[in-house]
Write a protein that binds this ligand. Structure first.
Ligand SMILES: C[S@@+](CC[C@H](N)C(=O)[O-])C[C@H]1O[C@@H](n2cnc3c(N)ncnc32)[C@H](O)[C@@H]1O
Ligand code: SF4
Length: 401
């Protein structure tokens, strides 16, 4: 442990920080509220019925202010001055449930404790059904620069399997409202491979995405997460599990249609209309940046130290109210662990994995991966081919074993 280590007093356990890692610095804020729970989702989020009187958006915001103040104080004790905040990402859960004023309060609570870069990227996730033109105008005026909307599909029967409560057209309408309110950067999230989704449904979703004029798309294959209502339905045989061949064909369809429309991939599941449209906050995660994750269950990473907060909003609020720091645990990554993470994340980027970082055994694996047509060598980087992107997890396994 470095002699510069500075302890953070947490309720349990104590957290030790070394210093900033030197990459861009971002802040993630977790909003743990949803109006209803989608059957596929295992994120740390709660409905009002589940929380009862134990926690509310008000108690959460108060605790968030406390956590940000304590973190800023502790960062100030590190050897390096706290960098300006390059990116903020308010995610969830459903941040749009806080309303425009609530999200403006969230941003103010960051500004009260940290210096924001003049060109900071400030994103909020939003659910289509809890947005309106005035909402986008309010958050644009407050300083948000980017909106990410969960669209998932344009097919009514697919949305129904996913338990989504918005109509097929609402996400596109919301994206247009965000653009009209002055947002240059708008993302739509898609999920593909939902049981019952046909090729024509995916095409309709892509038509809708492209009609919205957004500059960013994230597309994820449906993951059947253990413990979710979807997993129970699949186990009972009510719904088929997503089929790998179908998922691969759908991914290729998404990539070719987005690419033809000028949205090119920059990470295996993310496409953007040019460099300025890429999500800088997520690039910080993938490229070894530092970030503070605030809010229940949020994860942080600063200079090779990783910690995670208590998950339940009531416990989170109680811990901060009693003057504690809400970390539930922490770990200092070894050089090997940092290397593994770096390989896993950078290989998924279009900019690729720096070959000079590979150990001799890994370099030999990279040579085989190139010979198999799954990646190419471009300068001193290993970059996935189109087929390699379909098999990205396998490429990572081959590199690391
Ligand atoms: C956690 S959500 C938060 C955004 C917002 N609440 C919403 O649902 O629109 C972020 C995105 O993760 C994706 N996601 C969540 N669970 C998933 C799963 N099991 N499989 C694939 N994608 C998932 C969805 O595309 C979703 O839009
Ligand atoms: S609205 Fe988003 S965060 Fe909430 S349950 Fe659905 S997918 Fe998860």
């Amino acid at each position: 442990m470095s002699s510069a280590a500075a302890p953070i007093e947490a309720e349990t356990p104590a957290l030790v920080l070394r210093d900033f890692g030197g990459g861009p610095f971002g802040i993630y804020i977790h909003v743990p509220f949803c109006a209803t729970r989608c059957g596929y989702c295992d994120f740390n989020t709660y409905t009002a019925g589940e929380l009862g009187t134990s926690a509310s958006p008000q108690s959460w915001l108060e605790a968030l202010r406390g956590e940000l103040a304590t973190a800023a104080e502790r960062f100030a004790a590190l050897p390096t001055a706290t960098p300006e905040v390059a990116t903020i990402f308010v995610g969830g859960g459903t941040p749009s449930l806080l309303g425009g004023d609530g999200l403006a309060d969230v941003l103010d609570s960051v500004r009260a404790n940290f210096a924001l870069a003049a060109d900071a990227e400030v994103t909020t996730e939003s659910n289509p059904e809890s947005t309106a033109p005035e909402f986008f105008e309010r958050i644009r005026a407050a300083g948000f620069t980017r909106v990410s909307l969960g669209m998932q599909s344009a097919a009514q029967h697919v949305l129904k399997v996913l338990d989504r409560t918005h109509t097929p057209g609402r996400a596109v309408a919301a994206a247009k409202e965000a653009r009209a309110a002055g947002f240059d950067h708008v993302n739509l999230d898609l999920i593909y491979g939902t049981p019952g989704e046909r090729d024509s449904d995916l095409d309709a979703s892509l038509d809708a995405v492209l009609s919205a004029g957004v500059d960013h798309v994230s597309a994820y294959s449906l993951i059947v997460e253990d413990g979710t209502a979807l997993a129970r339905r699949v186990r009972r045989g009510e719904l088929p599990a997503p089929d790998d061949d179908v998922l691969a064909a759908r991914y290729e369809r998404i990539d070719s249609r987005l690419d033809a429309a000028g949205l090119t991939w920059y990470e295996v599941s993310n496409w953007a209309a040019g460099d300025s449209a890429r999500c800088r906050h997520n690039l910080g995660y993938w490229d070894g940046g530092d970030w503070l994750g605030a809010g229940p269950g949020a994860h942080s990473h600063v200079g090779g130290v990783r910690w995670w907060n208590v998950k339940h909003p009531a416990r989170y609020a109680d811990t901060v109210a009693r003057g504690g720091f809400p970390a539930a645990g922490w770990e200092m990554l070894t050089a090997d662990e940092q290397h593994t993470e770096r390989v896993m994340l950078t290989v998924r980027l279009r900019t690729g994995l720096p070959l000079e970082e590979l150990a001799p055994k890994e370099s030999a694996a990279a040579t085989r991966i190139i010979a198999d047509g799954l990646a190419v060598r471009s300068g001193d980087h290993l970059i996935l081919t189109d087929r390699g992107r379909l098999l990205a997890d396998g490429v990572v396994r081959d590199l690391l074993t």
